[in-house]
Design a protein around this ligand. Structure first.
Ligand SMILES: NC(=O)c1ccc[n+]([C@@H]2O[C@H](COP(=O)([O-])OP(=O)(O)OC[C@H]3O[C@@H](n4cnc5c(N)ncnc54)[C@H](O)[C@@H]3O)[C@@H](O)[C@H]2O)c1
Length: 244
């Protein structure tokens, strides 16, 4: 198959749905073989339920329909042994890793920083920051050995400024930028690029749920638009939430 990524092997975490699925399909349409993972167990810290096994296998089917190989794996990116096993499975099947998109993430319940439990804080950091580091460091070894590679980490505009109601999320996403800048410098001499992407609001299940916004239950407007307003005017968003 032809395409900008023909013959390349990519690994995308959190690919069962949302932006991860979109990244996976885009790479597939450009000819890449796509390895992907998602988590298999519910996550009590996540505001919205994590993806289902059916969604992961549907992403794999959509990729195969593009005419490229797909490998779908269950992996909790916060679990070092699971990340090592996932990477080993991918290397066993494709014998290479050219691109990593460290996309998996959760949005925790909306609470002021002083109300967040240590459990929710630790879990958010474990998935959104430690999970990115574990995946990036594990594939870095294979990329160094191959003499090339590209890792993209997914931060957020929440990693560039404060996010009232989402202290752990913001802290993790700021951390992703620090990790990325550091690994960029460390790996440059190995011809391995590490870059961060900071999406603004995107209409995925992370925000399209009634816990994030009543509008997601069809009561008012578009939750992605509400998030956009929050990000543009965080102080106003705080006032609005207080009045609820
Ligand atoms: N949606 C937005 O507005 C927005 C804005 C900025 C950044 N982001 C970031 O974009 C990335 C993708 O999010 P999305 O918008 O597609 O949301 P999403 O909830 O649809 O997708 C996140 C995916 O990650 C998976 N996941 C969660 N915990 C995991 C774990 N421990 N191990 C493996 N997979 C896990 C989920 O099951 C899900 O499939 C996330 O890192 C998110 O923080 C989203």
């Amino acid at each position: 198959m032809m395409g900008a990524f023909a013959g390349r092997v990519v690994l995308i975490t959190g690919a069962a749905r949302g932006q991860g699925r979109a990244h996976a399909l885009r790479f597939a349409r450009e000819g890449a073989a796509v390895a992907m993972c998602d988590v298999s167990a519910p996550d009590p810290a996540s505001m919205s339920p994590v993806a289902s096994a059916d969604e992961l296998s549907e992403t794999a089917s959509l990729i195969r329909a593009c005419g490229v190989p797909a490998l779908a794996m269950f992996c909790d990116v916060s679990d070092e042994q699971a990340v090592a096993a996932m990477t080993a499975s991918m290397l066993a099947k494709f014998a290479a890793i050219d691109v990593l998109v460290a996309n998996a993430g959760i949005l925790p319940r909306r609470q002021d920083a002083w109300a967040v439990s240590a459990g929710d804080w630790n879990r958010t950091l474990a998935v959104n920051l430690t999970g990115v580091w574990l995946c990036a460091k594990t594939v870095a070894r294979a990329m160094i050995a191959a003499g090339h590679g590209k890792t993209t980490t997914i931060s957020s505009t929440g990693g560039m400024k404060g996010s009232p109601g989402f202290a752990a999320y913001a802290a993790a996403k700021w951390g992703v930028i620090g990790l990325t800048k550091t690994m960029t410098a460390e790996l440059a001499g190995h011809n391995v690029n590490v870059n961060a992407v900071c999406p603004g609001p995107v209409a995925t299940p992370m925000v399209l749920n009634s816990a994030f916004s009543p509008s997601a239950a069809g009561q008012q407007g578009d939750p992605a638009e509400e998030l956009a307003r929050d990000l543009r005017a965080p102080d106003a968003a705080v006032d609005r939430r207080r009045s609820r």
